[in-house]
Design a protein around this ligand. Structure first.
Ligand code: PAF
Length: 275
């Protein structure tokens, strides 16, 4: 496995690869990322993993500075999982000049996480477009834990006619249900014990939706249940899977999404519902 830091060296290395499959990450890899690498491997002769903490997608008061950077361990895990290339650029390599051209995602950037984190999906879409131009993959994998991110990138590729297949992967969970996330490492032991309740809340909300409960009522009850346990919820929302708009009576493919803070840590999770 090659560990490459510059765009020039990456392009040279990938010249000899007729096609490659790509797993973009911000590092601090956990089993969810490694699962993406395992799913990627059979799809092409060359699996590329990028490790880059993208300043552009963090708000001014968010955790860019304390985001865990663990490149050595990440490379070891990628090697064990069978990746062929790790691309770990520094900021000057990705942003050699101020980024004045950006990707403005569709409607999706104004709802849910887009509303709570203004500019976040612009930052994600912009860096992923740049990474795609550097790696030139024929397919890329994204975990469905970041459901809205997956939809933004799926729509970007389709609307900009990029010849890249976007492949979603199921969320990987700890045995107690907590969705794996690099940010779980911020949780204190007490918070870690509480954290699986985000998923429990989603499961209860999904059950209520299946029983025909009004979505507004489900959202309110779930938000109140989290707040009663000491969380600070940003939202619990029942939406259509395809565009995250509120569902009508006709919609059968739904997703319930939640974002909430536990102490200083913001966690997100979601659960798809097929009616
Ligand atoms: O999901 C992530 O880790 C990041 O948002 C991504 C897609 C690598 C872009 O920085």
């Amino acid at each position: 496995m090659d560990v490459i830091h510059s765009v020039a060296a990456l392009r040279e290395r990938l010249q000899r690869e007729p096609n490659n499959v790509f797993v973009p990450t911000m590092g601090n890899l956990h089993e969810g990322h490694i699962q993406l690498v395992r799913l990627a491997k059979p799809r092409a002769a060359c699996t590329v993993v990028s490790v880059f903490v993208n300043r552009l997608q963090f708000g001014p008061r968010e955790d860019f500075d304390r985001y865990p950077r663990t490149l050595e361990a990440d490379c070891r895990k990628c090697r064990e999982a069978g990746a062929n290339v790790v691309f770990a650029p520094d900021e000057r390599e990705i942003y050699p000049e101020p980024q004045t051209f950006v990707v403005e995602p569709s409607e999706l950037q104004h709802v849910l996480d887009g509303a709570v984190r203004p500019g976040h999906f612009r930052g994600v879409a912009t860096v992923v477009l740049k990474l795609f131009n550097m790696v030139r993959p024929h397919a890329a994998l994204f975990g469905k834990k970041d459901y809205q991110q997956y939809l933004v990138l799926r729509d970007m590729v389709r609307q900009l006619a990029m010849p890249i297949e976007i492949i979603p992967a199921e969320t990987v969970r700890a045995s107690d249900g907590l969705a794996l996330s690099s940010r779980n490492s911020y949780l204190s032991p007490t918070e870690r014990a509480e954290a699986p309740h985000l998923y429990t809340t989603l499961q209860r909300a999904a059950d209520a939706v299946r029983l025909g409960e009004l979505h507004g009522r489900v959202e309110l009850q779930a938000t109140q249940a989290l707040a009663a346990r000491g969380w600070q919820p940003d939202y619990v929302a029942v939406r259509r899977q395809n565009d995250l708009q509120p569902a009508t009576g006709e919609d059968r493919r739904l997703v319930v999404l939640a974002a909430a803070r536990l102490g200083r840590t913001r966690l997100i999770d979601n659960l798809e519902i097929e009616l």
